[in-house]
Design a protein around this ligand. Structure first.
Ligand SMILES: O=C(O)c1ccccc1NCC(=O)[C@H](O)[C@H](O)COP(=O)(O)O
Length: 239
C-alpha cells in the first residue's frame, strides 16, 4: 500500500525548480521534538538516517514511521540509507518516504535497479575527495547528487572541486547557520544540507534549526532583491 504524503509529481516538480531558490534539507531527525521544530520552520526536505545503528541519529523502521506520521505533510521525508538491500529501500520508498538518499558505496547498477522498483526521486551522496569523485557525481544515474565531506561528520570538503560539477547538486558537509550564506553566494546549489551544524551536544538544537532555515531564506531574499539581476540556469546572478 502506498501511504506517501507527497505525490511523485510534486517531488519531480520540486527537483525541476532549479536553483532559482535554494532548497534546504535538515537531516538526521530522531526525536519528536525535532519534528516539531521542523514543522515550525518548514525546510524543503527532512532527512532520517534509517537502519544505521552506528549513527547517533539512526532510526529503525518503526521509529521512522512514527516520526514521518508526525511530520507536516508539506515537508518531504528523505530516507538516508547506507548500502542497504534493495528490498528494504524499495519497501520504505513505497510506504513512507518521498525521496531516497543513498549514502554508501551504491553505484550506477544499484541505482538503475532501484529506479525499476521505486518512482520517487533518488539522491546519491558522493564524498568528494578527488576529481574522480566529481566525475562520479557527473555520471551518476540518480535524479540529483549530494556532495558531502563525510556522512554526518560535520566536515567540509575542498570546495574548489565544485567547479567540475556539471549538474544540479545539494551541498553538504560542515554547513551551519553561519557559513551557509557564503556557500549559496559562491556556488548557487540546488540545495544545502545541514546536520551537525544544527546540533548541540549531538542533539538537534531548535535555535540552530531556526537560524539555518532563516539564513537560507534570507540569502535568497537578498539575491532576489538585487535590482535588475537575473539568475541563470545554474543560479549565478547577472546584472
Ligand atoms: O548523519 C549521519 O549520521 C549519517 C550517517 C550515515 C550516512 C549518512 C549520514 N548523514 C547524511 C546526511 O545527509 C548529512 O546531513 C550530511 O552528511 C551532512 O552532515 P553534516 O556535515 O553533519 O552537516
Amino acid at each position: 500500500m502506498n501511504n506517501r504524503r507527497m505525490s511523485t509529481v510534486r517531488m519531480r516538480e520540486l527537483l525541476d525548480e532549479g536553483s532559482e531558490r535554494t532548497h534546504v534539507k535538515l537531516c538526521g531527525m530522531f526525536r519528536e521534538q525535532d519534528i516539531d521544530v521542523v514543522n515550525e520552520v518548514l525546510p524543503d526536505l527532512c532527512g532520517f538516517i534509517v537502519d544505521y545503528p552506528s549513527s547517533h541519529r539512526h532510526v529503525d523502521r518503526d521509529r521512522l514511521q512514527q516520526l514521518v506520521d508526525r511530520l507536516d505533510p508539506r515537508v518531504p521525508a528523505v530516507g538516508v540509507f547506507v548500502d542497504e538491500p534493495l528490498g528494504l529501500v524499495s519497501e520504505l520508498a513505497d510506504t513512507v518516504l518521498d525521496m531516497v538518499q543513498l549514502h554508501g558505496n551504491e553505484g550506477n547498477p544499484y541505482i538503475v535497479f532501484l529506479r525499476e522498483l521505486v518512482d520517487i526521486p533518488i539522491c546519491q551522496a558522493i564524498r568528494v575527495r578527488t576529481p574522480d569523485d566529481v566525475r562520479r557525481a557527473n555520471e551518476s544515474k540518480a535524479d540529483i547528487v549530494l556532495l558531502d565531506g563525510g556522512a554526518g561528520s560535520g566536515k567540509a570538503f575542498d570546495w574548489s572541486l565544485i567547479q567540475g560539477v556539471e549538474r544540479p547538486f545539494i551541498l553538504a558537509g560542515g554547513l551551519d547557520p553561519q557559513n551557509v550564506g557564503e556557500a549559496i553566494d559562491r556556488f548557487h546549489p540546488w540545495g544545502v544540507d545541514m546536520s551537525s551544524g544544527i546540533e548541540t551536544d549531538r542533539l538537534k538544537d531548535p535555535g540552530k534549526m531556526r537560524a539555518a532555515v532563516a539564513a537560507v531564506r534570507g540569502r535568497d531574499e537578498q539575491l532576489r532583491d538585487l535590482s535588475g539581476s537575473v539568475r541563470d540556469s545554474r543560479g549565478a546572478v547577472h546584472s
